[in-house]
Design a protein around this ligand. Structure first.
Ligand code: LLP
Length: 384
């Protein structure tokens, strides 16, 4: 997947690092914009997936809004010119400091997740003599058919407001004079590839918006969240099917005159644009197992260790050979779970070979840590 020019450039660099293919990012953003604008849908980029400054700048240049989950993300969205009228702020635990920051910034909307949060936002807005715009994050109890660690829309998840609490929400909205109800928000999980799941979500959104309208509320915004998956097994040139995704909402969502439909995509926009590049430090040939010990581990990319997530692993220093060898590809961290994947078929590999871990653009660099007092992982870009 990498050409000779890339590889000889990488050979002269310190590893590990994230390699960003800005053309892939560009093509992905372009595909998403074309597919969403066909129906007038609004897309906010879920910044938590990757807040690398160059990535943010390119996403902003496509006109997407920003979906933030912390005060610092709101700050970064403003610094990267996303425009306050396109910033939404979600999260189950917004602190007073973060709420105050977002109120001062006059963001478009808070996605609120509990009765108590509504009361706190109301109080803080009142103290500033402001009106906070609110979408209610509702837990629709739709099964996302994805890994249980990244499912968010079931009754047992900590996120959102369960439907049996809606009467209390309606009452709270009525009595909070410094809140303006804009609409309803949903996010049922991540890495969802089954379009049937989104169809089910549409049905629930239709029912819930009717409930609000029956109670006398005007629902201006329908926010369906994010979650569209990517193909971790075939990363090359493989952009998520934005056409089919948006078409489901166009076909099954009951959009009324004057309503806006919003989305918060993260992974599908940035997942395929980066790979983690590392070097083989040691090859340990055993009786039962062969190990490739890399200079990158869970401190650089934690997804395989945290969610048993699959990422395609490639030895880019060696030609592919038919008689491959099985290796457990592991990192240097003092934890047994620090393993990218077991029994990976690779050509015979040597100390110094470059290993690419693909599809690492989403929840990769942003989830890096300094555990074991490691250096913070760097990044390089195709255009440099
Ligand atoms: N909106 C909300 C409210 C969210 O919580 C999330 C992701 C998104 C949008 C964007 O979802 P996406 O389009 O990226 O699926 N670290 C995990 C994924 C956690 C997702 C958290 N929420 C992973 O590496 O798989």
């Amino acid at each position: 997947m990498f050409n000779k020019a890339n590889i000889s450039k990488f050979n002269n660099l310190d590893t590990p690092f994230y390699y960003y293919d800005m053309q892939v990012l560009h093509n992905t953003l372009s595909a998403c914009r074309t597919a969403s604008s066909k129906y007038g849908f609004h897309v906010h980029y879920a910044m938590k997936a990757n807040f690398n400054p160059k990535v943010l700048d390119m996403i902003q240049s496509f006109g997407f809004g920003a979906d933030c989950v912390s005060g610092n993300e709101v700050k970064a969205a403003i610094e990267h010119d996303f425009g306050k009228e396109k910033i939404v702020f979600a999260g189950v635990g917004k602190s007073d400091k973060e709420i105050n920051f977002a109120l001062d910034a006059d963001i478009f909307c808070f996605n609120a997740e509990s009765v108590q949060e509504l009361e706190v936002i109301n109080e803080l807005a009142k103290a500033k003599n402001k009106i906070a715009k609110i979408a209610i994050r509702i837990n629709p109890n739709v099964d996302a058919h994805t890994h249980h660690f990244i499912t968010t829309g079931l009754d047992e998840n900590k996120f959102g407001i369960n439907t049996w609490q809606l009467p209390e929400i309606a009452e709270t909205l009525r009595k909070c004079a410094n809140l303006q109800f804009l609409g309803i928000h949903f996010h049922i999980g991540s890495q969802i590839t089954d379009m049937e799941v989104y169809k089910n979500l549409c049905t629930r959104i239709n029912e819930i918006q009717d409930w609000f309208e029956d109670k006398g509320f005007t629902v201006k915004i329908l926010n369906a969240g994010g979650g569209l998956g990517i193909d971790y097994y075939n990363p090359e040139g493989n952009i998520s099917d934005f056409e089919s995704y948006f078409k489901v909402f166009k076909s099954f969502l009951n959009v009324k005159p004057g309503q806006e439909v919003h989305f918060e995509l993260g992974r599908a926009l940035v997942g395929q644009c980066a790979s983690l590049i590392s070097r083989v430090l040691y090859v340990k040939n055993g009786q039962k197992k062969n190990f490739l010990v890399l200079d990158a581990g869970m401190t650089e990319l934690i997804r395989p260790m945290l969610y048993q997530a699959h990422h395609l692993i490639e030895n880019i220093s060696q030609e592919k050979t038919p008689d491959s060898i099985k290796y457990d590809v592991v990192g240097p961290i003092c934890e047994s779970t620090d393993c990218f994947q077991k029994d990976v078929s690779l050509p015979q590999s040597y100390r110094g070979d470059l290993i690419a871990v693909h599809s690492a653009g989403a929840y990769g660099e942003v989830m890096a840590s300094g555990y074991n007092l490691r250096d913070r992982v760097g990044s390089i870009y195709s255009e440099d």
